[in-house]
Write a protein that binds this ligand. Structure first.
Ligand SMILES: Nc1ncnc2c1ncn2[C@@H]1O[C@H](COP(=O)(O)OP(=O)(O)OP(=O)(O)O)[C@@H](O)[C@H]1O
Length: 781
């Protein structure tokens, strides 16, 4: 059977019987073939119309073989690349397709023939087994983390998004060292997003000459993912000159940190990982005598390691030329065993700016209209991949659904809180509430430490009763040696906004502190930092979070707190200290204050509270001269949308707003009585509305702008937009008088553009036309 002379078509034809009997997992093959547009629609339909996997394989083989040599080659190539995902474990009752596929001679990969030479070599068979095991681990780990998602999303295959890895310390650590709290908020948020200077990749780590590698990083930053990516590369890329890769995950490493067992290399590799089907002594001998071809990955090394085999491997007393790659959190690095381990240290720092986008594009299929990406704080939070995963999972519910009923920022943090508790407690979802209750004391302590650190304007938490509690480990990371204290343990949250969230948790657990906090928020110095607790506090008081936090704070307590304090929260941030003291609440309200209060209202999600606020500002929102980011537009739009019976005056004169922000504002235009803005902004609104194609927005714009359509910079508009203008006009047929003006400020309107305009607007009669400056249309009925 090992004829390497066969053509791909012959080889596939001869292997047909084996393939149909082998319980092949067809989906990844179909998916890969589909990606290269291999199937026609009717072919795909016929494959998908059958349930039975044997029938499915038969149909696929019929199609592939009928397509000829090139198609068969492509099919074999995919099967080979994905074999550890697609082909069941060899050596059981099933035919050994791993061996079968390795017998085909791929022209561009002569090394793939090595298996032929070694036909029945137990070492080669064991290497196949290791690859199969690696594939299982990859699938299991991914399926486990996808459990968090809804069913229909779970089948998404994993994609590795580049992580920043560096041999130097992260800038965040430096930020903390240099009292980063003094930085402006937006600068600080940016500091959390790492930049990729070294461009190190998992492949570099696998291929470089370093024999002892220590991957260090905060919880959830991607260490395990890097280790697993190395494992995946090895299973998929035949050119990698490594014969044996063993991966020991965190639960196993925890066992090795406390137990002397296993006591021999053979037991470690064959009992704790996977045993060869035959001649295990021979295989072990081969591993020992070719240790330069061995990689061992120890994921999640603790500060203490009791197991002597692991120690001997790390100290090169066993398998002296093997590559040992370990991962650990910062707290395990400086004390205990790892502090003296001679190694090449690489810090995993998380996603950079580009990767955050790439990650959301992969998870959600798009980055358009994703609120989280428009909120600078959430965006920066997503540099920690674990947090990005939960943010994406929250939106995942369905992007459309999320847009209609978006998650508040607080809800996302509460979900992160619950997810991290679950991961560290290894709890089933049903028991998570109980686990949270059982750990309430530690949660209370951490919340208090967080609040105290905020009062002290630092990100470094002190006063934690003792280390190594699972709650602390789930959220904190050790930062750096602090020479001013006697202890080297200085802990901080992974992101400053997480600290603010925890401080808000402290306040909701101790509502009697609200008045003092609000007083402090009105002081110029402290208020700058402390006020960011308020949006989270508002969110925690909201109805929609009762279910998620009632295991921590009784619902009755939350209700009583909001009745007593919510108005006070709003007033504190709406008026100045003097206005509040004088009770003079009829005065001018600063745009910054309006924006901040709208943000709290958005978190609080109560239409009544919005109306009370609108009454207070007399239905006038003066946001002159502001630069509004899309998230601010989202909160304004939310508040404006809550108005009933009375319409709002919105002043956006000299505001700078990007297109995504304007898009969010458009939906609230129906509730405006006046919209003050420059003609540039009007024109931008029209363009955004026309591009989005929402007819209800056109109506609102027409009535707000006295039935005048302003459009400048027409050169940037495409044919589709002109068609929309035509549609707007067509839809206005029943209107009594619609008067539309197209202002064109561009210098030269090309002939083709003029033609495009006239072609798109067949119902228009041009009543005024001045070449190169403006076009004036009127629509008669
Ligand atoms: N490069 C990546 N591409 C895509 N997703 C990633 C990447 N890195 C991390 N993630 C996501 O973030 C989650 C957390 O990452 P991971 O478990 O690797 O962190 P860790 O640093 O090992 O954490 P811990 O210290 O808690 O073990 C993963 O389950 C995955 O969903």
């Amino acid at each position: 059977m090992a004829s390497t002379q066969q053509s791909a078509q012959e080889f596939l034809g001869n292997g047909r019987n084996l393939l149909t009997r082998s319980h092949l997992n067809c989906d990844p093959v179909i998916e890969a073939l589909n990606q290269c547009k291999f199937f026609q629609t009717h072919e795909l339909n016929s494959i998908e119309s059958v349930e039975n996997s044997q029938d499915k394989i038969n149909i696929i083989l019929d199609i592939v073989i009928a397509k000829g040599e090139e198609a068969c080659y492509k099919f074999l190539k995919i099967l080979d690349k994905k074999r550890f995902q697609v082909i069941p474990r060899p050596g059981l009752v099933l035919p050994d397709l791993h061996h079968w596929i390795s017998c085909f001679s791929f022209q561009d990969e002569p090394q793939s023939q090595t298996a032929n030479k070694a036909d029945s070599d137990p070492c080669t068979t064991y290497q196949g087994l290791l690859r199969w095991k690696a594939r299982q681990i990859l699938d299991d780990k991914w399926n486990l983390s996808m459990n968090f998602l809804k069913n229909e999303q779970k089948r998404k295959p994993f994609t590795y998004i580049p992580l920043v890895m560096d041999t130097e310390c992260s800038t965040v650590a430096k930020l903390k060292k240099n009292k980063g709290y003094k930085k402006s908020r937006s600068k600080k948020l940016k500091t959390y997003i790492p930049t990729d200077k070294k461009m190190l990749s998992p492949k570099d780590l696998l291929m470089n000459d370093e024999k002892s590698i220590l991957l260090v990083g905060k919880p959830g930053v991607g260490k395990t993912t890097v280790a697993l990516e190395i494992l995946r590369l090895w299973t998929e890329e035949k050119s990698i000159p490594v014969s044996y890769v063993f991966y020991f995950d965190e639960p196993l490493m925890r066992v090795f940190s406390q137990s002397p067992y296993p006591q021999t290399l053979k037991d470690l590799l064959f009992q704790k990982y996977i045993c060869p089907d035959e001649e295990s002594d021979h295989v072990l001998e081969n591993i020992e005598s070719n240790s330069e071809n061995v990689v061992l990955i120890f994921d999640g090394v603790m500060d203490v390691i009791v197991n002597s085999v692991i120690i001997q491997l790390m100290e090169k007393k066993l398998l002296k030329d093997a590559k040992i790659l370990t991962t650990c959190r910062p707290e395990a690095e400086d004390t205990g065993y790892l502090s003296d381990w001679q190694s090449y240290r690489v810090e995993v720092q998380g996603f950079n700016h580009k990767s955050i986008y790439e990650y959301f594009k992969w998870m959600l299929g798009t980055t358009d209209d994703i609120g989280a990406l428009k909120n600078p704080e959430l965006f920066s939070l997503c540099s920690v991949p674990l947090y990005a995963f939960i943010v994406a999972a929250c939106i995942f519910v369905s992007p459309a659904e999320a847009r209609n009923k978006p998650f508040t920022v607080t809800e996302i943090y509460v979900r992160i809180f619950r997810f991290c508790m679950k991961q560290h407690g290894h709890q089933d979802v049903e028991h998570l509430d109980k686990y949270i209750k059982d750990n309430k004391r530690d949660i209370i302590n951490l919340a208090l430490a967080s609040y105290k650190a905020m009062l002290a304007k630092t990100v470094n938490l002190t006063d934690l009763d003792h280390e190594d509690k699972s709650v602390q480990n789930a959220f904190l990371t050790k930062q750096f040696w602090n020479p001013s204290t006697t202890s080297c343990k200085v802990y901080a949250f992974l992101h400053n906004t997480m600290q603010e969230f925890w401080a808000a948790l402290h306040i909701i657990l101790n509502p009697d502190k609200i008045t003092t906090l609000l007083d402090q928020c009105q002081s110029d110095e402290d208020g700058k930092y402390l006020k960011y607790i308020a949006p989270f506090l508002s969110g925690l008081l909201a109805d929609n979070l009762f279910e998620l936090i009632k295991c921590l704070v009784p619902v009755e307590q939350i209700k009583a707190t909001r009745v007593k304090y919510f108005q006070q929260i709003i007033d504190t941030f709406l008026y100045t200290k003097e206005q509040n003291q004088e009770g003079d609440c009829e005065q001018f309200v600063e745009a910054d204050n309006i924006l901040f209060v709208c943000r709290c209202l958005y978190e609080y999600q109560s239409a009544d509270a919005c109306r009370i606020f609108l009454e207070k500002v007399q239905y006038e929102l003066d946001l002159k001269d502001q630069t509004l980011d899309p998230y601010q537009c989202c909160v304004i739009s939310y508040v404006v949308n809550q108005a009933v019976h009375r319409k709002i005056e919105l002043d956006l004169i000299d505001c700078s707003i990007t297109d995504p922000g304007l898009k969010l504002l458009l939906s609230s235009l129906k509730n405006l009585k006046f919209l003050r803005s420059t003609s540039m902004l009007k024109s931008q609104m029209w363009r955004v509305a026309l591009e989005a194609g929402q007819f209800s927005d056109f109506d609102s714009l027409l009535s707000l702008f006295s039935f005048k359509m302003h459009l400048s910079a027409l050169e940037t508009l495409d044919q589709k937009v002109f068609q929309r203008i035509g549609e707007v006009l067509k839809n206005k047929r029943s209107a009594i008088s619609v008067h539309l003006i197209l202002h064109v400020n561009g210098e030269v309107i090309t002939r083709s553009l003029q033609k495009a305009i006239f072609d798109s607007l067949p119902n228009i009669e041009v009543i005024g036309y001045k070449q190169f400056t403006y076009l004036f249309f009127s629509h008669f009925f």
